[in-house]
Design a protein around this ligand. Structure first.
Ligand SMILES: *[C@@H]1O[C@H](CO)[C@@H](O)[C@H](O)[C@H]1NC(C)=O
Ligand SMILES: *[C@@H]1O[C@H](CO)[C@@H](O)[C@H](O)[C@H]1NC(C)=O
Length: 501
């Protein structure tokens, strides 16, 4: 279900940064002043802990975690987005054959699927018709492409790559069309072969857009095109962008913030079979939901084994222990990017007692501001996406399309910090705490910090397939292109570049 992966590389802090600190004495004085100021801040936040936390960390322990360690992402230094086509790249032509697409899944599955379809249209020498969005998935969202995305910008910014039109030309509406489920994770040769369909048809309809393109082994210009499509062309509609920006500014007015993608919705727990910490009644409710949902294949799940294997979302309470152990002070602002949390405040109370500045879009925005978004799951998900990409630190409590897309986008924009909890490792520690073998405090803090040293979104190449996997399964276990578009769309300037290529 989830690929357990080990981190491979980590770059040391930028030499330039160290150089700057050592050069100017006035800067050193500033730093000293800042340190003194943060000492005072820490003292006050410490007092706050005493009030809210049953197992307060000592003042000394807060001193051991630097601001840089908590919020910094200087390891992104020297990397920059590189999505310009190579000199071999030819301008697009006005092909008189059309690809129509129905984009399936939730918001981020659709976004990455649409970006893939741009590349597929290019590979097949086709004109792309603006995709229809799935309205039947459990997202039950009636939004059209232009409700969510800036359609005109999408068409214009890809002008040199692929011709995109709003609709099929009138004369082709009733023309016979090929309906083709493209094989997932396909490469260039597959789509060259599919181009033979143009002999008999002028229109090909693709009923599913997700994961139709391989992560690796594609020409560099196709990979760069995928990035241009996702990061430059597929902007959200103006109303979404502007509210997203407003909410980010509201959060930033309090200082730095963490965006927590808290996967603790009912369907998520039911699907994964994770009932740890829930009542028997709730566990039963989730089991029944799972058995009655036809497209969830796995019916019998042992919750304990799921959890030990690291296949369960980190619970809200566990997230609180985790962030506190990493050294985030209780005054930290945390934006919760999520649907409705199962059990509501019952399961949020502990997290809130550790981090009182917990906010949701419903508390951050006014009712009027959210009015037009209500009952449009994809549009509220877009707000979560914007706020998560712009956050100082992003923490996903579970994997998924949103977590992957946000992490990739943050890498692309300069390796902004993304902390991926080591779920399997953490569960071991949490269980020790529960058995009374480990206490919250210095020991836990150093274990958790050590465990996550290499899980903070530092620059590295995309992981290949898991060893031992064969055939098509191999393609499935590769790290997603959009989770880490390195090295195709992220380049390194300077002399160390050979290390990463
Ligand atoms: C697409 O067009 C280019 C240039 O006209 C050609 O070289 C290429 O073979 C075509 N590809 C397919 C799949 O038809
Ligand atoms: C679930 O797995 C755990 C650990 O392997 C085991 O102790 C327990 O008996 C299992 N529960 C059920 C209901 O099978």
């Amino acid at each position: 279900m989830v690929n357990p992966r080990a981190a491979s590389s980590f770059s040391s802090p930028s030499p330039l940064l160290r150089f700057r600190i050592h050069t100017s004495s006035s800067i050193s004085r500033c730093v000293a002043l800042l340190l003194a100021f943060s000492a005072v801040l820490f003292f006050f936040s410490h007092r706050q802990i005493d009030e809210v936390d049953r197992n307060p960390l000592s003042l000394e322990e807060f001193f051991s975690v630097s601001e840089e360690q908590l919020w910094g992402s200087s390891f992104g230094h020297g990397y920059y987005p590189c999505v310009k086509p190579t000199s071999r790249y030819a301008a697009s032509e006005n092909w008189d054959r059309y690809l129509t697409v129905r984009s399936n899944g939730g918001l981020n599955q659709m976004r990455t699927g649409i970006s893939d379809m741009v590349a597929v249209a290019r590979l097949m020498n086709a004109t792309l018709v603006i995709p229809w969005l799935d309205k039947k998935s459990f997202w039950q969202d009636s939004s059209t492409f232009s409700d969510i995305f800036d359609e005109l910008h999408f068409i214009k910014s890809l002008q040199g790559d692929v011709r995109i039109v709003k609709e099929l030309p009138k004369e082709l509406e009733s023309a016979p069309r090929a309906r083709k489920h493209f094989t997932s994770w396909s490469g260039v040769s597959y789509y060259e072969e599919m181009a033979r369909l143009w002999k008999d048809y002028q229109v090909i309809h693709v009923p599913k857009s997700d994961s139709r393109l391989a992560n690796n082994g594609l020409p560099i210009d196709i990979q760069k095109l995928r990035c241009r499509a996702l990061y430059h062309a597929l902007h959200f509609a103006a109303s979404i962008e502007s509210l997203g920006k407003k909410l980010v500014e509201r959060l930033q007015s309090h200082g730095r913030y963490i965006a927590l993608h808290l996967r603790y919705e009912k369907d998520m727990l039911s699907f994964t079979g994770c009932t740890y910490g829930l009542s028997d009644l709730e566990a039963e409710e989730l089991r029944i939901m799972r058995e009655n949902t036809n497209h969830w294949k796995l019916k019998k799940i042992n919750s304990t084994e799921q959890r030990i294997g690291g296949y369960c979302p980190v619970t809200p309470k566990e997230v609180g222990i985790f962030l506190q152990a990493l050294g985030y002070p209780p005054s930290t602002w945390i934006y919760i990017a999520a649907g409705e949390i199962y059990g509501g405040d019952t399961y949020l109370a502990d997290l809130r007692s550790r981090f009182p500045n917990l906010v949701f879009k419903e508390t951050l925005a006014t009712t009027e501001e959210l009015q037009n978004f209500a009952s449009h799951a994809s549009q509220t998900a877009a707000l979560d996406y914007i706020i998560s990409v712009e956050s100082d630190v992003f923490v996903p409590s579970y994997t998924g399309n949103m977590a992957r897309a946000v992490e990739g986008h943050r890498r692309f924009l300069g390796h902004r910090k993304t902390i991926s909890p080591d779920r399997r490792g953490l569960v071991e520690l949490f269980d020790k705490i529960e058995r009374g073998e480990l206490k919250e405090g210095r020991k836990l803090s150093s274990l958790v910090t050590e465990m996550h040293k290499f899980r903070q979104g530092a620059p590295r190449k995309r992981y290949g397939s898991l060893s031992g996997s064969k055939g098509r399964a191999r393609l499935r276990t590769e790290e997603s292109f959009y989770e880490n578009p390195f090295p195709e769309c992220i380049c390194l300037s300077g002399k160390n570049s050979h290390v990463y290529r």
